[in-house]
Ligand binder design. Sequence first.
Ligand code: ADE
Length: 239
Amino acid sequence: SPWRATVLTLFPEMFPGPLGVSLAGRALASGVWEIEARDIRASATDRHRSVDDTPAGGGPGMVLRADVLAAAIDAVGISPDRPKLLMSPRGRPLTQARVAELAQGPGPLIVCGRFEGIDQRVIDARGLEEVSIGDYVLSGGEIAAMALIDACVRLLPGVMGKEASGTEESFSDGLLEYPQYTRPQLFEGVPIPEILTSGDHAKVAAWRRAQSEALTAARRPDLWARIPPKAPNRPGRQK
Ligand code: ADE
Protein backbone atom coordinates (compact mmCIF):
# COMPACT_ATOMS: atom_id res chain seq x y z
CA SER A 1 0.00 0.00 0.00
CA PRO A 2 1.13 3.57 -0.62
CA TRP A 3 3.18 5.62 1.82
CA ARG A 4 0.80 7.48 4.08
CA ALA A 5 0.98 10.54 6.28
CA THR A 6 -1.73 10.69 8.93
CA VAL A 7 -1.93 14.20 10.38
CA LEU A 8 -3.74 15.04 13.60
CA THR A 9 -4.60 18.73 13.63
CA LEU A 10 -7.20 21.26 14.73
CA PHE A 11 -7.09 22.61 11.16
CA PRO A 12 -7.55 19.65 8.80
CA GLU A 13 -8.64 22.06 6.05
CA MET A 14 -4.99 23.17 5.77
CA PHE A 15 -4.16 19.83 4.05
CA PRO A 16 -3.01 18.92 1.46
CA GLY A 17 -2.48 22.65 0.85
CA PRO A 18 0.78 23.17 -1.04
CA LEU A 19 1.37 19.40 -1.05
CA GLY A 20 -1.46 19.19 -3.59
CA VAL A 21 0.56 20.87 -6.35
CA SER A 22 3.85 20.37 -8.20
CA LEU A 23 5.99 17.29 -7.53
CA ALA A 24 4.21 16.15 -4.35
CA GLY A 25 0.77 16.94 -5.82
CA ARG A 26 1.38 14.87 -8.96
CA ALA A 27 2.60 11.95 -6.83
CA LEU A 28 -0.46 12.34 -4.59
CA ALA A 29 -2.80 12.29 -7.60
CA SER A 30 -1.07 9.21 -9.03
CA GLY A 31 -1.41 7.25 -5.78
CA VAL A 32 2.28 7.09 -4.79
CA TRP A 33 1.35 8.48 -1.38
CA GLU A 34 -1.71 9.44 0.64
CA ILE A 35 -2.52 12.07 3.20
CA GLU A 36 -5.14 11.65 5.87
CA ALA A 37 -5.82 14.81 7.90
CA ARG A 38 -7.88 14.11 11.01
CA ASP A 39 -9.55 16.70 13.21
CA ILE A 40 -8.43 16.45 16.84
CA ARG A 41 -11.68 18.19 17.83
CA ALA A 42 -13.63 15.13 16.65
CA SER A 43 -12.25 13.39 19.75
CA ALA A 44 -13.52 16.03 22.19
CA THR A 45 -16.06 14.64 24.64
CA ASP A 46 -17.72 17.53 26.47
CA ARG A 47 -20.69 19.43 25.06
CA HIS A 48 -18.54 22.41 24.11
CA ARG A 49 -16.12 20.17 22.18
CA SER A 50 -13.23 21.73 24.08
CA VAL A 51 -9.74 20.59 23.23
CA ASP A 52 -7.64 22.87 25.43
CA ASP A 53 -7.54 24.29 28.93
CA THR A 54 -5.48 26.66 31.08
CA PRO A 55 -1.98 25.52 32.08
CA ALA A 56 -1.58 23.87 35.47
CA GLY A 57 0.52 26.15 37.65
CA GLY A 58 -0.65 29.23 35.80
CA GLY A 59 0.82 31.19 32.93
CA PRO A 60 -0.27 32.46 29.54
CA GLY A 61 -2.05 30.61 26.77
CA MET A 62 -3.78 27.27 26.62
CA VAL A 63 -2.65 23.64 26.67
CA LEU A 64 -4.02 20.83 24.51
CA ARG A 65 -5.73 18.28 26.75
CA ALA A 66 -4.08 14.87 27.17
CA ASP A 67 -7.37 12.93 27.12
CA VAL A 68 -8.61 14.51 23.88
CA LEU A 69 -5.31 14.05 22.02
CA ALA A 70 -4.84 10.49 23.31
CA ALA A 71 -8.32 9.61 22.05
CA ALA A 72 -7.50 11.15 18.65
CA ILE A 73 -4.26 9.13 18.43
CA ASP A 74 -5.96 5.91 19.53
CA ALA A 75 -8.75 6.42 16.98
CA VAL A 76 -6.17 6.16 14.16
CA GLY A 77 -5.77 2.48 15.04
CA ILE A 78 -2.97 0.19 16.14
CA SER A 79 0.06 0.23 13.84
CA PRO A 80 3.16 -0.17 16.00
CA ASP A 81 5.39 0.12 12.91
CA ARG A 82 4.39 3.75 12.21
CA PRO A 83 6.49 6.43 13.88
CA LYS A 84 4.40 8.78 16.01
CA LEU A 85 5.78 12.29 15.63
CA LEU A 86 4.94 15.56 17.35
CA MET A 87 5.94 18.70 15.49
CA SER A 88 7.44 21.04 18.09
CA PRO A 89 10.22 23.64 18.30
CA ARG A 90 11.43 21.65 21.33
CA GLY A 91 12.03 18.58 19.21
CA ARG A 92 15.21 17.04 17.89
CA PRO A 93 16.15 18.90 14.68
CA LEU A 94 14.92 17.13 11.53
CA THR A 95 17.74 15.80 9.35
CA GLN A 96 17.93 14.35 5.84
CA ALA A 97 18.90 11.02 7.46
CA ARG A 98 15.68 10.94 9.53
CA VAL A 99 13.68 12.02 6.46
CA ALA A 100 15.16 9.10 4.48
CA GLU A 101 14.20 6.66 7.26
CA LEU A 102 10.65 8.01 7.40
CA ALA A 103 10.35 7.76 3.60
CA GLN A 104 11.39 4.11 3.69
CA GLY A 105 8.72 3.04 6.19
CA PRO A 106 4.89 2.99 5.94
CA GLY A 107 4.71 6.72 6.76
CA PRO A 108 4.27 8.52 10.09
CA LEU A 109 1.43 9.67 12.27
CA ILE A 110 2.09 13.36 12.82
CA VAL A 111 0.58 15.40 15.66
CA CYS A 112 0.49 19.14 15.06
CA GLY A 113 0.88 21.18 18.21
CA ARG A 114 -1.00 24.43 18.77
CA PHE A 115 -1.49 26.79 21.69
CA GLU A 116 1.33 26.99 24.22
CA GLY A 117 1.84 23.25 24.01
CA ILE A 118 0.30 19.90 24.72
CA ASP A 119 -0.04 18.04 28.01
CA GLN A 120 3.26 16.25 28.68
CA ARG A 121 1.48 13.09 29.83
CA VAL A 122 0.19 12.28 26.34
CA ILE A 123 3.69 12.77 24.86
CA ASP A 124 5.01 10.23 27.37
CA ALA A 125 2.09 7.80 27.35
CA ARG A 126 1.96 7.51 23.54
CA GLY A 127 5.72 7.76 23.04
CA LEU A 128 5.58 10.76 20.72
CA GLU A 129 8.89 11.68 19.06
CA GLU A 130 9.23 15.47 19.09
CA VAL A 131 10.62 16.88 15.83
CA SER A 132 11.65 20.48 15.06
CA ILE A 133 12.18 21.90 11.58
CA GLY A 134 14.37 24.74 12.83
CA ASP A 135 15.14 27.20 15.57
CA TYR A 136 12.21 29.55 15.05
CA VAL A 137 8.63 29.36 16.27
CA LEU A 138 5.68 28.73 13.95
CA SER A 139 2.13 29.36 15.13
CA GLY A 140 1.40 25.65 14.89
CA GLY A 141 2.83 22.34 13.73
CA GLU A 142 0.92 22.19 10.44
CA ILE A 143 3.44 24.02 8.27
CA ALA A 144 6.25 22.05 9.93
CA ALA A 145 4.38 18.82 9.15
CA MET A 146 4.04 19.89 5.51
CA ALA A 147 7.78 20.52 5.31
CA LEU A 148 8.53 17.09 6.75
CA ILE A 149 6.04 15.34 4.45
CA ASP A 150 7.37 17.15 1.37
CA ALA A 151 10.94 16.13 2.21
CA CYS A 152 9.80 12.48 2.51
CA VAL A 153 7.56 12.38 -0.56
CA ARG A 154 10.26 13.54 -2.97
CA LEU A 155 12.33 10.50 -1.92
CA LEU A 156 9.57 7.95 -2.65
CA PRO A 157 10.25 5.62 -5.58
CA GLY A 158 9.14 7.15 -8.87
CA VAL A 159 8.57 10.69 -7.57
CA MET A 160 11.77 12.43 -8.62
CA GLY A 161 12.57 10.71 -11.86
CA LYS A 162 16.21 10.34 -12.84
CA GLU A 163 17.39 13.80 -11.79
CA ALA A 164 19.58 13.64 -8.70
CA SER A 165 17.43 10.84 -7.18
CA GLY A 166 18.55 12.16 -3.83
CA THR A 167 22.24 11.39 -4.13
CA GLU A 168 23.88 14.41 -5.69
CA GLU A 169 22.35 17.05 -3.48
CA SER A 170 22.93 19.01 -0.29
CA PHE A 171 23.38 16.87 2.84
CA SER A 172 23.61 13.50 1.10
CA ASP A 173 27.39 13.97 1.24
CA GLY A 174 27.22 16.43 4.13
CA LEU A 175 28.07 19.41 1.93
CA LEU A 176 26.00 22.28 0.56
CA GLU A 177 25.17 22.35 -3.14
CA TYR A 178 27.58 23.92 -5.62
CA PRO A 179 26.27 26.87 -7.69
CA GLN A 180 24.40 26.17 -10.94
CA TYR A 181 24.34 28.12 -14.21
CA THR A 182 22.43 27.98 -17.48
CA ARG A 183 21.83 30.18 -20.53
CA PRO A 184 22.31 32.92 -21.36
CA GLN A 185 26.09 32.60 -21.49
CA LEU A 186 26.37 36.29 -20.54
CA PHE A 187 24.01 37.72 -17.88
CA GLU A 188 24.39 41.45 -17.17
CA GLY A 189 27.96 41.17 -18.33
CA VAL A 190 28.76 38.15 -16.12
CA PRO A 191 29.77 34.96 -17.93
CA ILE A 192 29.24 31.36 -16.85
CA PRO A 193 32.47 30.10 -15.21
CA GLU A 194 34.65 28.97 -18.12
CA ILE A 195 35.40 25.55 -16.64
CA LEU A 196 31.72 24.57 -16.86
CA THR A 197 31.70 25.00 -20.63
CA SER A 198 35.12 23.39 -21.15
CA GLY A 199 33.76 19.87 -21.60
CA ASP A 200 36.35 18.52 -19.14
CA HIS A 201 34.17 16.45 -16.82
CA ALA A 202 36.91 15.74 -14.28
CA LYS A 203 37.70 19.45 -13.98
CA VAL A 204 34.01 20.29 -13.65
CA ALA A 205 33.61 17.74 -10.85
CA ALA A 206 36.69 19.07 -9.02
CA TRP A 207 35.48 22.68 -9.38
CA ARG A 208 32.04 21.78 -8.04
CA ARG A 209 33.53 19.90 -5.10
CA ALA A 210 35.73 22.90 -4.23
CA GLN A 211 32.73 25.25 -4.47
CA SER A 212 30.66 22.97 -2.21
CA GLU A 213 33.45 22.79 0.34
CA ALA A 214 34.05 26.56 0.36
CA LEU A 215 30.33 27.30 0.78
CA THR A 216 29.95 24.73 3.55
CA ALA A 217 32.98 26.01 5.46
CA ALA A 218 31.76 29.62 5.18
CA ARG A 219 28.07 29.15 5.90
CA ARG A 220 27.80 25.98 7.92
CA PRO A 221 30.75 25.45 10.22
CA ASP A 222 28.58 22.87 12.04
CA LEU A 223 28.39 20.69 8.92
CA TRP A 224 31.98 21.40 7.92
CA ALA A 225 33.25 20.15 11.28
CA ARG A 226 31.86 16.71 10.43
CA ILE A 227 33.62 16.37 7.06
CA PRO A 228 36.69 14.14 7.45
CA PRO A 229 39.95 16.10 7.02
CA LYS A 230 41.62 15.49 3.70
CA ALA A 231 45.33 15.68 3.00
CA PRO A 232 47.16 17.90 3.21
CA ASN A 233 45.78 21.46 3.52
CA ARG A 234 42.05 21.61 3.97
CA PRO A 235 40.83 25.24 4.10
CA GLY A 236 40.10 26.32 7.63
CA ARG A 237 41.68 23.27 9.14
CA GLN A 238 45.41 24.05 9.07
CA LYS A 239 47.19 23.80 12.44
N1 ADE B 1 5.78 24.16 15.73
C1 ADE B 1 6.06 25.47 15.96
N2 ADE B 1 7.31 25.76 15.60
C2 ADE B 1 7.86 24.61 15.12
C3 ADE B 1 9.13 24.27 14.61
N3 ADE B 1 10.11 25.17 14.49
N4 ADE B 1 9.34 23.00 14.24
C4 ADE B 1 8.37 22.08 14.36
N5 ADE B 1 7.15 22.34 14.84
C5 ADE B 1 6.89 23.59 15.21
